[in-house]
Design a protein around this ligand. Sequence first.
Ligand SMILES: [Zn+2]
Length: 159
Amino acid sequence: MKHYAYDEWLKYVKNELEDDVREAYEDHLYSCDQCLELYLTAVEEDDLPIIENEPDFTDLVMAQITNQKQLTAVEEKEPKHPKKRVAFYQKSIFHYGVAAAMTLILMSTGVFQSLTQYAGGVESQGFKEKDTSMTEGIVDKTFAWMDSLERSNKEDNKE
Ligand SMILES: [Zn+2]
């Protein structure tokens, strides 16, 4: 079996070989661990010139990492505020919605009518008096109904 020299593998890695020669190299690589090692060493060697200026390279990498960290820090900070604002806004809307719904329910059930009965406002006195008379009518009817109920109960007890 014909083995390839390290320099030859380096040429292969650097893509300096003809296509048909490359294929022969590749075929050999599948069946030869010895040349695979040489090939892998050549790959590592080929990568080295990129990091020729190692301190500069390290500085560059560190600078990029720091930049990315700062960027992500900014990216993390920025969406937080609008999110909070949106959440608060949505909360407020929700509370206003609940308050509005409660107001409608209280108004329709006449709770505010009985409340205005107790509130001694001067400006809408006429309105309140009307309301009070109406409510009083209902209350009177209720009392009358309760009285009749009580009376019938008493009558039942007498028997
Ligand atoms: Zn070989």
